[in-house]
Design a protein around this ligand. Structure first.
Ligand SMILES: [Zn+2]
Length: 158
């Protein structure tokens, strides 16, 4: 193991949580490596210093205040709008552009639906009487297989 590998184990070693085998490797290494020995000493000192600090508990209600503050933040699309607004457009124009886009989409969708209705209507008008009969007897046609099988039963002589 090189110095980098050893250093990665330092904090666990200081905490006394290192597996015996790895601990021996660290001990062996620092015995022969001046640089790592110094570094470990530094780590130990700052670690012990951290240990003497009072643990900081969040004040009551901190968590709920945090989430409330977060929920008041702007949603992502508002942020984008805000960005565009701040870039070059006055607020009114941005909303007008957004509205225009919505209207455009609505028009596109309804035109599409309308042409579908027209297409269906044209189809219905141009249908022959025979075709109409087919449509009217659709239920029967759908059950044709069943009817066929019934016919077979009909032919069975008792
Ligand atoms: Zn080393």
């Amino acid at each position: 193991m090189n110095c980098k590998d050893i250093k990665q184990m330092f904090f666990v070693y200081i905490d006394g949580e290192l597996e015996a085998e790895k601990e021996r490797i660290v001990v062996d290494h620092i015995a022969s490596c001046e640089k790592c020995r110094v570094q470990l000493y530094e780590y130990k000192r700052s670690w012990e210093m951290l240990g003497t600090l009072e643990p900081i508990e969040p004040t009551p209600g901190y968590i709920s205040r945090f989430w409330t503050a977060l929920s008041y933040r702007l949603p992502w699309y508002e942020k984008i709008l805000e960005g565009i607004r701040n870039l070059f457009l006055p607020r009114r124009v941005v909303y007008r552009v957004a509205l225009a886009l919505i209207v455009l989409i609505a028009v596109y969708v309804s035109v599409d639906k309308y042409t579908n209705v027209l297409r269906t209507r044209t189809l219905l008008v141009n249908m022959s009487e025979e075709e109409w009969e087919v449509v009217e007897n659709y239920d029967l046609i759908a059950n044709l297989d069943l009817l066929e099988s019934l016919k077979g039963i009909e032919n069975i002589k008792l």
